[in-house]
Design a protein around this ligand. Structure first.
Ligand code: PGA
Length: 264
């Protein structure tokens, strides 16, 4: 009923049905974007009023690539203790899907490692994100030094899914050096890849953050391969010109200040 009334008020259809699915029309998309903007502005207003009262209060919407789940929650702990009035929505997804969220301006802040080339964004580097070659602890290469990249050619390799930022960095390195690895398994999760390596299914390249705060485990070895670790960085990003809410700005400042204390 309400949708019908809304459609009548707008004067154009907001949805179209193709088969069993509903799709937004251009008018529907415009209305959705406008509503989101209105609700964002209202949230920002509430946060600004709370701030004037000396309170940091409201919801932080944070989206980040998958690897950040190994350190962002650890940063959020003390942040939420410091600001008990702030609630956090923390979403993790792969690089490609994160860029889709960023282009739609669905969240306050984004954390990623590979900056988008064709988007007008503000970004700040806050921490290193080294990629390392991981193998089972008893792998023969685990006892060698200065292994050439070419030696990885014969190893069964476990790769992240298409759309992953880790995958595209790994692929770029292999392409630059003309190395073709034998991809035995493709998995959409860092944690599943670690378990597969430990289970002897192959080797892989992942962020050292996936090994937790100590950067080591007793099941996996970091291979000493030439050109590694691949040095990448973590950036906190938002669309250029976006007015950060009080809460988003509070977290942004906190992240930049605290990041250096997190072990990598
Ligand atoms: P991913 O991104 O989770 O998409 O692999 C991680 C990264 O870019 O470092």
């Amino acid at each position: 009923m309400q949708v019908k009334q809304l459609t009548k008020a707008v004067g154009l259809p907001l949805f179209e049905q193709i088969g069993k699915r509903l799709y937004l029309t251009d008018a529907g998309r415009e209305l959705l974007a406008t509503c989101r903007e209105i609700f964002d502005r209202l949230d920002a207003f509430e946060m600004a009023v709370a701030d004037l009262k000396g309170l940091k209060q409201g919801r932080l919407r944070l989206s980040a690539v998958t690897t950040t789940k190994y350190f962002v929650p650890r940063m959020l702990g003390p942040f939420c203790k410091l600001y008990p009035g702030i609630d956090v929505e923390f979403k993790t997804t792969n690089h490609e899907r994160l860029l889709a969220r960023l282009s739609e301006n669905l969240d306050d802040l984004y954390i990623l490692s590979q900056l988008p080339e064709h988007m007008d964004i503000s970004y700040h580097l806050f921490m290193e994100n080294p990629l390392v070659v991981l193998a089972p602890i008893a792998h023969p290469l685990a006892f060698e030094k200065n292994i050439s990249l070419q030696r990885l050619r014969g190893e069964p390799f476990i790769m992240r899914e298409p759309g992953s930022g880790t995958r595209s960095s790994v692929q770029k390195l292999f392409d630059e050096h003309g190395v073709q690895v034998r991809v035995r398994l493709e998995l959409g999760s860092n944690e599943a890849i670690k378990q597969a390596i430990a289970g002897g299914l192959g080797i892989s390249i992942l962020s050292r953050h996936t090994l937790g705060p100590e950067g080591t485990t007793n099941e996996l070895a970091i291979l000493d391969v030439e050109g590694f670790p691949i040095l990448r960085h973590w950036y906190v990003v938002y669309l250029a010109g976006k007015q950060l809410s009080v809460v988003a700005n509070t977290f942004f400042q906190y992240l930049l200040n605290e990041a250096k204390q997190v072990a990598i």
